[in-house]
Design a protein around this ligand. Structure first.
Ligand SMILES: Nc1ncnc2c1ncn2[C@@H]1O[C@H](COP(=O)(O)OP(=O)(O)OP(=O)(O)O)[C@@H](O)[C@H]1O
Ligand code: SF4
Ligand SMILES: [Mg+2]
Length: 345
């Protein structure tokens, strides 16, 4: 792992048992993450996109160890210290090393992470108190400082979460998340529940905070234009795997994976520089209970050939910083152009 990398996921798997029968035995397994490989660079915003159920939230929760993983590694590289494998640590070790404070998360619905009976002052002070011993006055000053950072002020200290709008509540959640000076913020659909105008304000705030505080973001969303706006690089997930990873611009202009290409074709052409006809994928996303063998996209891919049915394509670096998991990545640009030409009336 080079010094630029802050987090590295290696062959990460998370399987959920499906229980059944009177004895509640494990009768099946949901392969929510099935060998995810990913590097997150210090100071970047890495976006993760993909359809519902592809494993975005499972990845987010695994990263901050909200749940244990089945196998694989999550190397965290704190500045000036030896890397640690979070995936192998017990909850006790994680607490002892203060990792909860280094890696923080903001959820789509801030009310899930806020006690409705707590004042804003205490919601934000809680994680600080776990880390530092401040006097009441010092603590209030710190909380006001944090409120100012997220565009709120001291008038909001003695109010309850329900007294705020959705956008303001998300600001409070961000203030709480940055209160412990974390290295990494994992943001899972942080703007998806907000009105469009408020979404833009929160995205701008997040951009400013990242620069000001030198934070690293993992930004999860199903919204392609949001991820395009905020991310330096983007990872596209399909059925528990990363299928394409590249710099944001490259992903949109030099797409190489057929799934990414189909996903991007769904963006209205008024939002893009070039117009594209929509690629309609056939069939539903297969169940993660029994992902297809070979390339797991082969059941829907218009370019699948024999090898795709039985051999899983590795995530290869096809050009600098551009990773693709497709047997035909060397020729997909041509295949996309031919497909489009065939679609012309
Ligand atoms: N606690 C759980 N028990 C069993 N299966 C689960 C559990 N949590 C998630 N899953 C399954 O794991 C898969 C990945 O779910 P995940 O929530 O990570 O998807 P997602 O990409 O975040 O989707 P969305 O866009 O809908 O939020 C899905 O098939 C989901 O049903
Ligand atoms: S490996 Fe085959 S099925 Fe999978 S995306 Fe590439 S062409 Fe399609
Ligand atoms: Mg999710």
């Amino acid at each position: 792992m080079d010094s630029e990398t802050i987090l590295e996921l290696k062959n990460l798997k998370k399987y959920y048992p499906v229980l059944g029968g009177v004895l509640r035995r494990e009768v099946n397994t949901v392969k929510a993450l099935d060998g995810v490989n990913l590097q997150i660079k210090r100071g970047e915003c890495l976006g993760i996109v993909g359809e519902s159920g592809c494993g975005k939230t499972t990845t987010s929760k695994a990263l901050i160890r909200l749940h244990p993983v089945t196998s694989g590694s999550i190397f965290f590289h704190p500045k000036g210290k030896e890397p640690v494998d979070i995936a192998k640590m017990s909850p006790r070790q994680i607490k002892k090393e203060g990792l909860r404070h280094r890696l923080q998360m903001v959820f789509q619905d801030p009310t899930t992470s806020m006690n409705p009976r707590m004042l804003v002052k205490n919601i934000i002070a809680e994680p600080i108190a776990e880390q530092e011993n401040l006097s009441a006055r010092q603590m209030e000053e710190r909380v006001v400082e944090l409120l100012n950072l997220v565009g709120l002020n001291k008038d909001h200290l003695f109010r309850y979460p329900h007294e705020f709008s959705g956008g303001q509540r998300q600001r409070i959640a961000v203030a709480r998340a940055i209160a412990t000076h974390p290295d990494v913020l994992v943001l899972d659909e942080p703007t998806s529940a907000l009105d469009v105008s408020v979404q833009a304000q929160i995205l701008n705030l997040l951009q400013q905070l990242r620069k000001k505080l030198g934070l690293t973001y993992l930004f999860v969303t199903h919204h392609l234009l949001v991820v395009k706006y905020i991310s330096d690089r983007i990872a596209v997930m399909y059925l528990g795997k990363v299928v394409e990873l590249s710099k944001t611009e490259q992903l949109f202009t030099a797409t190489r994976h057929p799934y990414t290409w189909a996903l991007l074709s769904g963006i209205p052409s008024t939002e893009l520089e070039e117009s594209r006809s929509r690629v309609l994928l056939e069939g539903d996303v297969p169940s993660p209970l029994s992902p297809p063998p070979g390339c797991r996209f082969h059941t829907r891919c218009p370019f699948a050939v024999e090898i795709c049915h039985h051999m899983e394509p590795p995530l290869d670096e096809i050009s600098a910083d551009h990773f693709v998991a497709c047997h035909r990545s060397h020729e997909t640009a041509k295949l996309f152009a031919e497909y489009r030409a065939d679609q012309q009336p």
